[in-house]
Write a protein that binds this ligand. Structure first.
Ligand code: IMP
Length: 428
């Protein structure tokens, strides 16, 4: 792959194993910057027999020459961030010196997690099925402005105290009067967050200015998206989405860097589809084959442990995601998981009331009614996780990749056949 600025973006509903791909491509970049979401994300990196699970720190952390940046587009739970730094710093050498957190990033507070839990419970069957990490309420406060607190403000305790008191007073009205729940103690929360601010102070910076300088100096930047395009608040399957721009659309607001500097936009997708939480999923498999995929792929959430819903690869949705992102290439992950399935299908389009749809539906009701048009492909019985070249894959697995390229109209640049760095076949 040519040395350039790259963006890694998920093409479906998250969990596409982007963390592994970011880790691999970090070796060819100087900077890795996360641009959206928060600790709702679960990124897994595996090498030298160990597996690391990350939620906030960019997946480039294990490369000692890489600067890791948490961009202004994130919502940061400072407690989770500090825990993640201390959990990983033995392996991620010098992490505290090469991790920067944007002073523009917004912060997640106990009231965000509390209101989300109360609201999801109140919604019952109509819930979104969120990760309950306070992500949506923190982004809602960002849009509301007067009830939001940015990372930079954690460094000004005297300014923070009356602000926290005012916000908690307002939030407690809702907790006690609307939900009949317990109020929060503003002084205790303020104390806790001032202590987080003191610990994070050396890492909090104007990362927009830092990134623009790095670009001017010719540094190569890798933009790391969390979640996936179908969870994007604007382009995803609204309202069953996350609260940030998970597609490439998030780069600009999330970093301050124009997407025009990105020379290579790579979309990551599993060889099948999964979804956690509620919302329509046209290719979902609710029977034995879905269970077999869940078992073989160990499809349980990295963040919440919830079993993921599993289904066939949906090239109709991926074609939409490829167009929205302006993809240069696709990365197919977990191809090995399909080995040994009794049958293999891909979705090539949708019908509603027997009429073929021309475009991926924007309306969740239409998407819920869409029936997938399925094409059967030849399955392969083999374990392919030991292959180290494309030619070493069984013919049926190669044909599967070629068919995806044809249906989506974008070349497949990489194929991942296991969690380890070594289990990656590059085609660039
Ligand atoms: P939230 O981001 O916690 O508000 O959750 C909104 C929706 O996005 C729910 O369906 C979550 O399961 C889903 N979601 C959020 N983050 C991820 C992720 O990293 N992977 C997969 N699904 C996610």
């Amino acid at each position: 792959m040519t040395a350039t600025n790259t963006c890694i973006v998920g093409l479906t509903w998250g969990d596409e194993a982007k963390g592994k791909i970011v880790d691999i491509l970090s070796a060819e970049h100087d900077v890795v910057v996360r641009y959206n979401g928060g600790n709702n994300a679960g990124h897994t990196v595996a090498f030298e027999g160990e597996t690391y699970k990350l939620h906030l720190v960019p997946s480039g952390l294990f490369h000692p020459n890489v600067t890791c940046i948490i961009g202004g587009g994130l919502v940061v739970d400072p407690q989770v961030l500090l825990q993640e730094i201390s959990d990983n710093e033995a392996k991620a050498k010098g992490l505290r010196r090469r991790l920067l957190v944007s002073d523009r990033a917004h912060t997640i507070w106990p009231w965000h997690k509390k209101i989300e839990a109360l609201s999801e419970k109140h919604l019952g069957k109509g819930k979104i099925g969120t990760t309950l990490r306070g992500i949506g309420p923190a982004y809602a406060d960002k849009a509301n402005r007067v009830t939001a607190i940015r990372m930079g403000e954690l460094l000004r305790p005297d300014h923070l105290r009356p602000k926290v008191e005012r916000i908690v007073r307002q939030k407690n009205e809702v907790f006690t009067k609307v939900f009949g729940d317990e109020p929060l103690d503003p002084a205790a929360v303020w104390d806790e967050y001032v202590a987080y601010g003191e610990q994070l102070a050396p890492m909090i910076a104007d990362t927009t200015a830092w990134l623009l300088r790095a670009l001017a100096d010719g540094k190569r930047i890798l933009f790391e998206g969390a979640q996936g395009t179908l969870l994007d608040i604007d382009h995803g399957t609204y309202p069953y989405v996350t609260s940030s721009n998970a597609s490439v659309a998030g780069v600009w607001p999330g970093t301050g860097v124009s997407p025009r500097v990105i020379g290579n936009i790579l979309g990551v997708v599993k060889a099948y589809t999964t979804r956690v939480g509620e919302g329509p999923f046209p290719t979902e498999l609710t029977g034995d084959v879905g269970d077999q995929i869940r078992k073989q792929g160990n499809e349980y959430g990295t963040t919440t442990g919830r079993p993921r819903r599993c289904g066939w690869l949906d090239t109709f949705a991926i074609r939409y995601a490829a167009a929205v992102n302006g993809l240069d290439g696709i990365v197919i992950t977990l191809l090995d998981v399909l080995g040994g399935l009794p049958e293999l299908k891909v979705c090539t389009g949708y019908t509603v009331d027997d009429k073929a749809l021309e475009a991926f539906p924007s309306d969740p009701v239409a998407l819920g009614r869409a029936k997938p048009v399925l094409e059967a492909l030849e399955p392969w019985p083999d374990d392919i996780s030991g292959a180290r070249s494309f030619d070493a894959l069984p013919a049926a697995a190669q044909a599967y990749v070629h068919r995806v390229e044809e249906l989506v109209g974008v070349p497949v640049r990489m194929v991942s056949i296991g969690p380890d760095r070594e289990q990656t076949i590059r085609r660039d």
